[in-house]
Design a protein around this ligand. Structure first.
Ligand code: M6R
Length: 616
């Protein structure tokens, strides 16, 4: 959740690069920020509550500008309110060591008590502060034993006491400043250049420095110096970690003239779909990526989909697609629930995790559990080199490019497109689809690019804006959908909640009369997703039931009869029912965006949220 950056450079100042890295990582957490640099007299720390720009202003005096080694942090608070004292970096009492952390120290209370008994005075409410004092204590102990410990020795010794999850960057002043990073759980990656070395919690912050990136593994402790990165395991044994060439470009993370990342990412969807689909589709089949062989797929008897939030909504669409096209039974679970129940998985189950970031803690843990239970594992993921990509046996990398807006948009359409390709491929491998049928399904997917462009034309966007204006004061919103579009209703409601903070419920349309219908009265807006297909007339009946009770009905889809019945209609081009979620979700994303704007919300950094949920 938090963003971590660190740098040690041969003969250049590090601060500006660290601040630039924090700006890129601000989407990971944005309640406070700080930096520490190594000066000859000790570490110098500056922290501020609020956004990076507040920190940047606090650094205008230039006192920290010349240092060659530093660490930085942008926080999403877990322990202690988001104020200056709790902001990272935290430093030890000698003023020589500073540390930034993403994660949770689960035994921090016990460690805090132990350190207080040893004479340490704490200055924050954070769990993190215990780590820096442990490092200082262990360095002192090792020194007392005459071992002249390096910072890496102290960090390794300290981490033996820490239970929980961490990605940390630690610096120590001295004649040569030392920079060390370690991870257990949340991601950390390193980019070594000729005259420096950079560490960050996200490749995006490393791209301005180089494309060759080393992803640290759990238990790794890395010692960075200009031009070098030495990695050791907890026992001190050296280990080689190969660099991966990252495909993204630094400029992909920019705004490209749009007002918000979310807006830009919604508008990128035609191109994303084109990229994700075109290179994979061949004669009557689809290439998914590494580790998907016909033999493996032929042995799949059941699929267990795992994910969180928007990714699980894509997973629910995947459930319809895999069952409908490949004839393979599918279960879908919130990863956070799956990992704490006692799942019974039949032999031949493929555990399929879906995640934009590939770093969601619950999704990773759920996939690991499925693997322990004997499943083959697969992933649909957007981030090359991420923990999920490294953990799964087979990986389909969606080609959505960096998604910075906290509300996931283009990742969803890419995930659904990926799931569709997987369903067709599985259908072919299982003999459920002939080559001709597979071709027809793939053609339907390929045809979507032009339709997505229509949905994002000025005229179509203006129509959604008009509908948003006329509904901005609604008491609440209900989103209804059925079949393959039921998850789209869930996604529409989630987008609206997170971006505009208004209450919205997503529901399967047929379930409405079992409870939510009690909410319907004048002033309640009901968005009904209905496209041509097997359940269109059923959804139309549900729609009539809403109208009969005075609800305001907005229809999104291609079912003309429903559109004619609506108080307001958002037309979506007609398509095969199976691919319709990819189209229907777009007006719902735009609707959330427009309502958020009308309400003056912070579109790309909605309150309390963070892009990548790397803690439980
Ligand atoms: O990175 P992931 O796809 O694993 O993230 C899962 C969810 O945290 C994410 O989709 C979240 O629900 C988004 N904020 C939704 O817009």
């Amino acid at each position: 959740m938090c963003g971590v950056v660190g740098a040690v450079l041969r003969d250049q100042p590090a601060l500006e690069g660290i601040l630039d890295g924090l700006r890129v990582l601000e989407y990971r957490g944005y309640d406070s920020a700080g930096v520490a640099v190594a000066l000859s007299e000790g570490v110098a720390v500056r922290r501020r509550a609020g956004r990076i720009e507040a920190l940047s202003e606090a650094l205008q005096d230039g006192a920290l500008s010349d240092a060659r080694c530093g660490v930085g942090h942008t926080r999403w608070a877990t322990h202690g309110p988001p104020n200056e004292l709790n902001a990272h970096p935290h430093s030890d009492h000698s003023g020589r060591i500073a540390l930034v952390h993403n994660g949770i120290v689960e035994n921090h209370q016990e460690l805090r008590r132990e350190l207080i008994e040893g004479g340490v005075e704490f200055r924050s409410d954070t769990d993190t502060e215990v780590i820096v004092h442990l490092v200082a204590r262990e360095l002192e102990r090792l020194d007392g034993e005459g071992l002249s410990p390096s910072l890496a020795d102290g960090v390794r010794a300290a981490l033996q006491f820490v239970e929980g999850y961490y990605a940390i960057a630690v610096l120590r002043t001295g004649p040569e400043p030392e920079l060390v990073a370690a991870k257990q759980g949340p991601p950390l990656c390193v980019c070594v250049t000729d005259d420096g070395a950079w560490i960050a919690s996200d490749v995006l912050a490393l791209l301005p420095h180089g494309k060759q990136v080393v992803f640290l593994e759990d238990g790794d402790v890395a010692r960075l110096s200009p031009g070098h990165c030495e990695v050791a395991r907890p026992d001190g044994a050296a280990v080689e970690r190969a660099a991966v060439e990252i495909q993204w470009r630094a400029e992909d993370a920019g705004m490209a003239g749009f007002d918000h990342h979310m807006q830009k990412e919604i508008h990128e969807q035609p191109a994303v779909l084109g990229r994700t689909v075109s290179e994979r589709v061949g004669e009557g089949d689809a290439a998914l990526g590494s580790g998907w062989t016909d033999e493996d797929l032929g042995g799949v008897e059941r699929v267990q989909v795992l994910g969180c939030g928007t990714a699980l909504h894509a997973g629910l669409v995947a459930q319809f697609l895999i069952e409908g096209l490949a004839g393979v039974p599918v279960d879908s679970d919130y990863a956070s629930e799956f990992r704490y129940r006692a799942p019974r998985l039949v032999p031949g189950t493929l555990a399929l995790a879906i995640s934009q970031s590939g770093e969601t803690a619950d999704t990773l843990a759920a996939l690991k559990l499925a693997e322990e239970l004997g499943c083959r594992t697969g992933a649909i993921c957007n981030v090359q080199g991420s923990s999920l990509v490294r953990a799964a046996d087979s990986v389909l990398l969606t080609d959505a490019g960096p998604e910075i807006g906290v509300a996931s948009t283009k990742a969803f359409t890419a995930q659904v497109a990926g799931a569709y390709l997987a369903a067709v491929r599985l259908g072919r491998a299982k003999g459920a689809l002939s080559e001709v049928e597979a071709d027809a399904h793939l053609a339907a997917l390929r045809g979507l690019r032009g339709q997505l462009e229509q949905l994002l034309s000025d005229e179509a966007v203006a129509k959604v804006r008009e509908v948003a204006r006329s509904n901005q004061d609604a008491k609440g919103f209900l989103f209804l959908g059925r079949g393959v579009n039921y998850p789209v209703a869930l996604e529409g409601a989630l987008k609206l909640k997170e971006i505009s903070y208004v209450h919205a419920e997503g529901y399967p349309a047929g379930e409405m009369k079992h409870g939510p219908i009690a909410l319907i009265e004048p002033g309640m807006s009901v968005l009904v997703v209905n496209s041509q297909g097997g359940v269109a007339d059923k959804v139309r009946s549900n729609l009539e039931q809403v109208k009969a009770r005075g609800g305001r009905v907005i229809v999104v889809g291609s079912d003309e009869e429903s559109l004619a019945l609506a108080d307001e209609a958002i037309h979506v081009p007609a398509s095969s029912e199976w691919v319709s979620p990819i189209l229907n979700v777009v007006p719902l994303q735009l609707f959330a965006y427009e309502i958020g704007l009308l309400k003056g919300c912070d579109i790309d950094k909605p309150r309390n949220l963070a892009k990548s949920v790397t803690v439980e």
